[in-house]
Design a protein. Structure first.
Length: 122
């Protein structure tokens, strides 16, 4: 049975923004976060949860995801460049990806299951 709950405006706004991306309603997004929180609390010890809170602080998700700034672009490039090879990028054609090997070679292909299959030359 649904119950009314008072939530901060900041949490509701973060849920609205994230929910739009994840295609969830505000309520569904908050429920999703609550389920994740329950799992985290079941897996981590209390002192580990406190250490995470101390280290990260309370940053609204909308602020944490802010990437359209010079600092955001720098963080994005650092994360992208830290990934192991091969790397994959989407193309404009649905279902077609580019595999990028460590030597810089780029190969068009499709993913079947978890296997990359190069496309034959057209």
């Amino acid at each position: 049975m649904p119950q009314p709950v008072k939530l901060s405006d900041a949490l509701v706004e973060d849920a609205r923004e994230t929910g739009e991306i994840a295609e969830r309603s505000i309520a569904s997004q908050i429920e999703h976060w609550a389920r994740l929180g329950r799992v985290v609390e079941a897996v981590l010890r209390g002192d580990e949860v406190l250490a995470l809170k101390k280290r990260r602080g309370s940053v609204p998700l909308s602020k944490a995801l802010e990437v359209d700034t010079p600092e955001g672009h720098t963080r994005f490039r650092a994360q992208r460049d830290a990934r192991p090879f091969p790397r994959y990028e989407r193309t404009l054609e649905r279902g077609v990806f580019v595999r990028i090997d460590e030597d810089g070679r780029r190969t068009l292909g499709r993913l079947h299951g978890r296997a990359f299959e190069p496309l034959h030359e057209r």
